[in-house]
Design a protein around this ligand. Structure first.
Ligand code: TYM
Length: 332
């Protein structure tokens, strides 16, 4: 059986990177895999979140999943804190993964910054919770953007160590699915930095909540270089901003970068940016409208999350029982 699990943190500013690197791929994969998609609110609080804002963004991320085309009948859509097994298995994973593995996690180093002593223990243990998310459903594949690769390697190591330590093949070794032309969307202001929810300049990213005017403005202001667009992919070498915009175009149009350059190469950036704006607005506009419709009907979102949590629990329950038996926890 092929089963995917993936998640998005409700930490505000859901952006084009989240969409092209993850959510858009899920829409296609839902037809090939049994699919479970999670709003990972427990991961979000590894860094302080305003409580009212966390509630709002949990619904907003759910609305984005639905507006992008994820079918709540076909897939399980829920929020992490609604299924207690995530926290329960995370504790066991904390006891399986090694400090040395965690110390190597680049995302922790980036997020904790210079003042590591002030980072929460939750932020350090973040990858163990992520392993628990995936293994609680025995997911075989995890579709994510490139930045999650290291966390998925740790998930495999954790599964393998658990299986070896207890002498039972309880967990599968999960494969990452890093797909499409935009697995690492970069900032619009600096082609060497990842597009991110936490970057202070809002002009560094296109948010899924931006309207057409703002999308146009952000693309117009996006950093470029003085050369026209190359005609071949080789010509993007050493031109990170150009490479990023071409990657975004290719992903939005669902076509290879070669085809984009064959059609638009040789043009000045002003013309390419206009074409990119038209494409981005025509793709994101209807999604934005549907997100707003859903957000005006929070009961509809909550009902989907409630049903999703029940379905997730039905899968997770027996797996957690198996894990408890394997570990030797007495179940009376
Ligand atoms: P998060 O919330 O940071 O991002 C959600 C998804 O978006 C992808 N992504 C990007 N893809 C391309 N370019 C970018 N600039 C970009 N920024 C983000 C991420 O790779 C991710 O797929 N740890 C995860 C959430 C998580 C999870 C899981 C994922 C928790 N448990 C279990 C998979 C399986 C995270 O912080 O994603």
């Amino acid at each position: 059986m092929k089963r995917i699990f993936s998640g998005v943190q409700p930490t505000g500013n859901l952006h084009l990177g989240n969409y092209l690197g993850a959510i858009r791929n899920w829409v296609r994969l839902q037809h090939e895999y049994e699919s479970i998609f999670c709003v990972v609110d427990m991961h979000a609080i590894t860094v302080w979140q305003d409580p009212a804002e966390l509630t709002r963004t949990t619904r907003e991320v759910t609305a984005a999943f639905l507006a992008a085309g994820i079918d709540p009948e076909r897939c399980v859509i829920f929020h992490q804190s609604a299924v207690p097994g995530h926290a329960q298995l995370a504790w066991i994973m904390n006891c399986v993964v090694r400090m040395g593995w965690m110390n190597r996690m680049t995302q922790f180093k980036e997020k904790a910054g210079k003042h590591r002593e002030n980072a929460s223990v939750g932020l350090f243990a973040y990858p163990a919770l992520m392993a628990a998310d995936i293994l609680l459903y025995k997911a075989t594949h995890v579709p994510v953007g490139e930045d999650q690769k290291q966390h998925l390697e740790l998930t495999r190591d954790a599964a393998q160590k658990f299986n070896t330590d207890f002498g039972r093949a309880v967990f599968p070794l999960t494969e990452p699915l890093i797909l499409g032309a935009a697995t690492r969307v970069m900032s619009l202001r600096d082609g060497t930095k990842k597009m991110s929810k936490s970057e202070t300049s809002d002009f560094s990213r296109i948010n899924l909540t931006d309207d057409a005017d703002l999308i146009a403005q952000k693309i117009r202001k996006a950093k470029t270089d003085p050369e026209p667009l190359p005609r071949e992919v080789d010509g993007l070498e050493g031109r990170p901003e150009a490479a990023n915009l071409v990657g975004i175009y290719a992903a939005l149009a669902d076509t290879p970068r070669e085809a984009v350059l064959a059609e638009l190469g040789g043009q000045p950036f002003s013309a390419f940016k206009q074409a990119l704006t038209d494409l981005a607005v025509s793709t994101l506009g209807p999604m934005n409208a549907e997100m707003n419709r859903l957000l005006a009907n929070p009961d509809e979102i909550d009902a989907i999350l409630k049903r999703g949590a029940e379905r997730a629990q039905a899968i997770a329950g027996p797996v957690l029982d198996e894990v408890y038996d394997t570990v030797g926890f007495l179940r009376v």
